[in-house]
Design a protein around this ligand. Structure first.
Ligand code: SAM
Length: 262
């Protein structure tokens, strides 16, 4: 264990505070025998607590120099997937039952990982993750703020988001340069009905492509100038606004209006 070298490129900031670990796991409200995914067990500090709570645990770890340590420590108790979680075949690995995710995420994969989680949102009953505070604020942002964007809309569309608590760098070894935060995501029960979700997210994507530009300008990528005029004249949404000022409900309205040009 002593000859292990932390790899910055893999976001290896290991937790050293058992109280924080217990707080994270408490938020997950685990029932014995429940399926849990941990991303990046590292040396296994969170893993140990998850196993103590009798969860049926699957861990994804990319760093092969940790496999021996983890296998010696936990043996058969652990289903260790020796792979990059972003390259793993989730479709195959997800069980029939619902899964909870509990993880101190490697920060460099936060956004792609959470987008992947939202793609498989139906499979998860709760997600509790430690991420960079700045990203947690983006996920939890209100419309019209600088933090509000695609990540906000996506996560808040699929989940009820809760900013749980802020975590200071000194509880990690080595300490990261920035503050962290634990957030929880619960599947949302009152999702709006969207006829064509793919098209909806395409519209959101285009609306934020040039953040400082008006919708009228950004939508040119999607429809003709004449169609933009027609939309503006319908008076439902003022296309002189910027994407970052539109609520989820307004994006749904925009989608419903744009659908006829699709
Ligand atoms: N869970 C441990 C803890 O709390 O001390 C370690 C957390 S550390 C922030 C992130 C862990 O994720 C590291 O063990 C790192 O090797 C692993 N990791 C980094 N990128 C990964 C990826 N793409 N897929 C799976 N594991 C990854």
């Amino acid at each position: 264990m002593t000859d292990f070298h932390h790899k910055k490129s893999l976001g290896q900031h290991f937790l050293k505070d058992k109280n924080i670990i217990r707080k994270i796991v408490d938020i997950a409200e685990l029932q014995p025998g429940e399926a849990v995914w941990e991303i990046g067990p590292g040396m296994g500090i969170l893993t140990e607590e998850l196993l103590e709570r009798k969860s049926k645990l699957t861990c994804f770890e990319i760093d092969s120099s940790l496999y021996d340590i983890l296998e010696k420590r936990f043996g058969k108790l652990l289903n260790l997937i020796k792979q990059d979680v972003l390259k793993a075949d989730w479709e195959c690995l997800l069980p029939d039952e619902k899964v909870k995710i509990v993880a101190n995420l490697p920060y460099q994969i936060t956004s792609p990982f959470l987008f992947e989680v939202s793609r498989f949102a139906d499979h998860f009953s709760k997600v509790v993750v430690m991420i960079q505070k700045e990203v947690a604020q983006r996920i939890n942002a209100n419309v019209g703020t600088k933090d509000y964007g695609i990540l906000t809309l996506k996560m808040q569309y699929y989940f009820d988001v809760k900013y749980e608590f802020t975590v200071k760098p000194h509880v990690f070894n080595p300490p990261p340069k920035v503050d962290s935060a634990v957030i929880s995501l619960m599947p949302r029960m009152d999702k709006p009905i969207i006829e064509n979700e793919k098209y909806f997210w395409h519209i959101v994507d285009i609306s934020f492509r040039n953040r400082r530009k008006m919708l009228r300008r950004n939508l040119r990528e999607l429809i003709s100038i004449e169609q933009i005029e027609e939309l503006q004249n319908s008076g439902v949404i003022d296309l002189a606004r910027r994407g970052e000022t539109l609520t989820e409900a307004e994006f749904v309205t925009l989608h419903d209006l744009l659908k006829r040009f699709n």
